[in-house]
Design a protein around this ligand. Structure first.
Ligand code: MIC
Ligand code: SF4
Length: 655
C-alpha cells in the first residue's frame, strides 16, 4: 500500500485510536515548544498536574513575544518560565535568542518527529518534514507530562508543485496563492502536504515560510518531504545526524490535489483584513505606503533578510515610509552582521529591532492613523497592528523592500536593486552559538531549584462540573471568521496581562464590543452567558486566553456555524460547550439578549455517541412571543465528553 508522508508519520506515532479518516487518535509527542505569551499558563497548568520532569525527547521554552518591558510584568513572566524550565527538564531560550519557530527550525526540529507547540505557527517545522502542530497551553502541558496529543485523523490535501519560482517571486507568494485557492477555512481538519518536482528548487527557509502560513488556512499542519535540501540545511546547522530521508510513496492517494506551477506565480499581497483576501502587486502598484515591517516567524530567515539587504543596498528608505526589521533569530542577526548586510540595512535607514515577534503581535510599531502598512508577516486581522483604522497588507520580503524604497506598492520585478536578490546561496555552515539556550538542571539538582513567581502571576480560572441544565443569557452575537485576536486581543497594553486572567478578561472582545465584559459578568450572576458566532469561529492564534477569559466571565457555551480547530479544543479543555447549528438558517433566530436554555444538557452530552450528537436549545425572548426550539450539533469525541462533564481537562486529570 502507498502512503502519504503525513500518514507515515502519524501511523508511526499513534498511541490510541484507529488510523481511519475522521477517527479520534492520540499521538506520541516527541518534542514540545512554548512561547512566553502562552507559556506562563501552560507551565502553571503543568505544575498543577504534579509531574516532576517532562517526558518528551526535547521540550523548549522560548521568550520571544512579550519582550517590551514597560513594567515588571513581562520580566517577571520571563523569570518564572526560566525557573520552571530549569526545574522540570526544559531547555530555555532566553529573550534575544529569537522567535520560537525560527530557532526551533534551526536548532531542534527533526524530520519524522512530532512537535506540539503552544503557538499556532508551530507547523513551521513542517519545512523539514516534521509533523508539527499548534495547540492550546493545556494540551502542551499534557504532552510534556507524557500524555498523548489528541486529534481527529485528518484529511490530507496534496499540493503538487511544478516549475521553479521566477526571480523576485517568493515562497510567500506560494502560500498567498494557496490561501487564495483554499481560503482561511480551507485547511480545517486537514493536513497540507507538498510534493512534486517543484519541491526540489525550494530551500528549507522557503519551505518553512509556506508551512508557517499554512496556519492561516486553518490546517492542522503542513509539511514538506525531507530531501537533499533538508540534509544540506541540517548539516549547515551542525545537525547532519538528525537527517532522515522522508517522502510520500509513489502512488500515494490524497483526499484532494491542488497543482501549482511555481513558474506561473507573480508577487501577491493579502489585503485588509484577512490573509485570504489576495490581489497581485501589479493591481496595487503605486498605492502610497506609510510603513514597512520585515521579519516575523514567516519571513525572518537569513535568506529573506539577505534579499532585503540586496534591494536596500546603497539606497535610502523613502521619506514617507517608516521601515522596521526584526531578524528571526540571533543566528540570523549575527550572520547579517558578519556579512556586512546589516550595515547595508542600517545605512538605508531601516530601524533594526530585536529578534522577536515585535510588531507582528502589536508590540510596538503601530502604524499611523489610517496608515498603509506592508508587512512580511502572516496575519492582518483588524486592529492586530495596534491601529484600528490602519490597512495592513501581507507581502514577500522582496515586495516589502522594493516598496520601502519607492514609497508605494512596487512589484519587486520592477525594482532596480532586485537583480541582487538572486545572489543568495545557502551557507555551508551557519554560525552556531547556543549560548542563549539555558540547559535544565539535572534530576538531582532540580529539587533545589526554586520557582520564582511575580505578583502578576495569578492562578488560572477553573471551571466547575457540568450542571444538569443551563439557563443563560445570549450575551454576544457575532458574524463569520471571528479570530482569537477579536476574542482576546494582544498588543503592548494587553499582552503583559497574559498571566493574570481576571485583569486580561476586562479586554475580552474589546475590538468588537467594549461593554462585553461588564455584560457577561452581570449575566454570570444570574447563571451565565452564551456566545453566538458565524462560520470559522476562533480562527488564528492558539491563545488559550480566548477560552480562559470567557470561563472567568461565566460563558457556558459557544454556538456557531463552524469552529476553527485549536480554539474549539481550547473551549472544551476549559469546560465551555462548543455547539454548531444544524441548519445555518437557525442562526438568525437567536438574538442578543435572549434567554437560552439547554435543558438536560448534561444528560444529552453523556449520551453523546456517534451519530447522536444532537442537543436541544430553547430560546426565549423578553415577552415570550418569539420563543423557539432548535436542534444543535455537539461534535465531540468521547474524551471531550468526559472533559466537558468534569468542567475541563485539569478537573478530569485530577479525578
Ligand atoms: C500570534 O501570532 O497570534 C501568536 C501571538 O503567536 C499566537 C500565540 C499567542 O497568542 O500567544 C499564536 O499564533 O498562537
Ligand atoms: Fe510571533 Fe507573529 Fe509568529 Fe505569532 S505570528 S509567533 S506573533 S512572529
Amino acid at each position: 500500500m502507498a502512503f502519504t508522508l503525513t500518514e507515515k508519520i502519524i501511523n508511526a506515532h499513534i498511541i490510541s485510536g484507529e488510523a481511519v479518516k475522521g477517527g479520534e487518535i492520540s499521538l506520541k509527542t516527541d518534542q514540545t515548544l512554548t512561547q512566553d505569551a502562552t507559556g506562563t499558563m501552560a507551565y502553571l497548568q503543568f505544575e498543577a498536574m504534579g509531574v516532576k520532569r517532562v517526558k518528551t525527547e526535547r521540550s523548549v521554552a522560548y521568550i520571544d513575544h512579550n519582550t517590551l518591558q514597560t513594567g515588571y510584568e513581562n520580566a517577571d513572566d520571563h523569570r518564572y518560565i526560566g525557573s520552571v524550565a530549569k526545574k522540570h527538564g526544559i531547555y530555555f531560550s532566553r529573550p534575544g535568542n529569537g522567535i520560537c519557530h525560527q530557532v526551533h527550525l534551526e536548532r531542534f526540529g527533526k524530520p519524522g518527529k512530532t512537535l506540539i507547540g503552544s503557538d499556532s505557527h508551530t507547523p513551521t517545522c513542517g519545512g523539514i518534514g516534521m509533523f508539527a502542530v499548534g495547540a492550546g497551553g493545556l494540551d502542551v502541558a499534557v504532552a510534556m507530562g507524557g500524555g498523548g496529543y489528541h486529534i481527529t485523523y485528518p484529511e490530507i490535501v496534496g499540493i503538487k508543485l511544478s516549475g521553479k519560482l521566477n526571480k523576485y517571486v517568493s515562497a510567500k507568494d506560494i502560500i498567498l496563492k494557496v490561501l487564495k485557492e483554499l481560503s482561511v477555512k480551507g485547511g480545517v481538519g486537514r493536513v497540507i502536504e507538498y510534493f512534486g518536482e517543484g519541491v526540489k528548487s525550494l530551500s528549507v527557509p522557503e519551505r518553512a515560510t509556506v508551512t508557517n502560513m499554512g496556519a492561516e488556512l486553518g490546517a492542522t499542519t503542513s509539511l514538506f518531504p525531507s530531501d537533499e535540501a533538508t540534509e544540506q540545511f541540517l548539516k549547515a546547522q551542525g545537525r547532519g545526524g538528525d537527517y532522515v530521508e522522508l517522502s510520500a510513496d509513489e502512488g500515494a492517494v490524497y483526499d484532494k490535489v491542488l497543482e501549482i506551477n511555481l513558474s506561473e506565480l507573480v508577487p501577491l499581497a493579502a489585503c485588509p483584513h484577512s490573509p485570504d483576501n489576495i490581489k497581485s502587486i501589479s493591481e496595487l502598484e503605486g498605492k502610497v505606503v506609510n510603513q514597512v515591517c520585515i521579519g516575523s516567524c514567516t519571513n525572518g530567515s537569513l535568506q529573506d533578510l539577505f534579499k532585503v539587504a540586496g534591494i536596500l543596498k546603497g539606497k535610502t528608505v523613502h521619506e514617507g515610509v517608516d521601515l522596521s526589521i526584526a531578524p528571526g533569530s540571533k543566528q540570523v542577526l549575527n550572520m547579517l552582521a558578519e556579512s556586512g548586510a546589516l550595515s547595508d540595512l542600517i545605512a538605508a535607514g531601516a530601524r533594526i529591532l530585536e529578534c522577536t515577534c515585535g510588531p507582528c503581535i502589536g508590540m510596538g510599531q503601530s502604524p499611523v492613523s489610517g496608515g498603509v502598512s506592508l508587512r512580511t508577516f502572516n496575519r492582518n486581522f483588524l486592529g492586530r497592528s495596534g491601529t484600528k483604522d490602519a490597512e495592513v497588507y501581507l507581502v514577500s520580503p522582496e515586495t516589502a523592500a522594493a516598496s520601502a524604497v519607492a514609497g508605494a506598492f512596487t512589484d519587486p520585478r520592477n525594482s532596480d536593486g532586485a537583480e541582487k536578490t538572486s545572489a543568495y546561496v545557502m551557507p555551508e555552515s551557519f554560525l552556531i552559538n547556543d549560548n542563549m539556550i539555558t540547559l535544565p538542571a539535572d534530576e538531582v539538582d532540580a529539587a533545589n531549584v526554586e520557582v520564582l513567581r511575580g505578583p502578576n502571576i495569578k492562578p488560572f480560572p477553573s471551571n466547575s462540573r457540568l450542571t444538569e441544565s443551563i439557563t443563560a443569557e445570549l450575551v454576544l452575537k457575532l458574524g463569520d471568521n471571528i479570530t482569537t485576536d477579536h476574542i482576546m486581543p494582544a498588543g503592548a497594553k494587553i499582552l503583559p496581562l497574559r498571566s493574570n486572567i481576571p485583569a486580561i478578561s476586562e479586554y475580552c472582545f474589546a475590538v468588537v464590543d467594549e461593554e462585553f465584559p461588564a455584560r457577561a459578568k452581570a449575566a454570570k450572576e444570574k447563571g451565565g452567558g452564551v456566545i453566538v458566532g458565524g462560520a470559522n469561529y476562533g480562527q488564528g492564534s492558539s491563545r488559550e486566553h480566548a477560552a480562559l477569559a470567557p470561563v472567568f466571565l461565566g460563558i457556558k457555551a459557544v454556538i456557531c456555524k463552524s469552529f476553527a480547530r485549536i480554539h474549539k479544543q481550547n473551549l472544551i479543555n476549559n469546560g465551555i460547550i462548543p455547539l454548531t447549528f444544524k441548519s445555518d438558517d437557525d442562526y438568525v433566530k437567536l438574538e442578543q439578549g435572549a434567554t437560552i436554555e439547554l435543558p438536560f444538557i448534561k444528560r444529552e452530552i453523556e449520551n453523546n455517541e456517534k451519530n447522536q450528537k444532537e442537543v436541544t436549545l430553547r430560546c426565549g425572548f423578553k415577552g415570550g412571543e418569539h420563543n423557539v426550539e432548535i436542534k444543535l450539533n455537539c461534535e465531540i469525541s468521547k474524551r471531550d465528553r468526559d472533559m466537558l462533564i468534569a468542567g475541563g481537562l485539569l478537573n478530569m486529570f485530577k479525578n
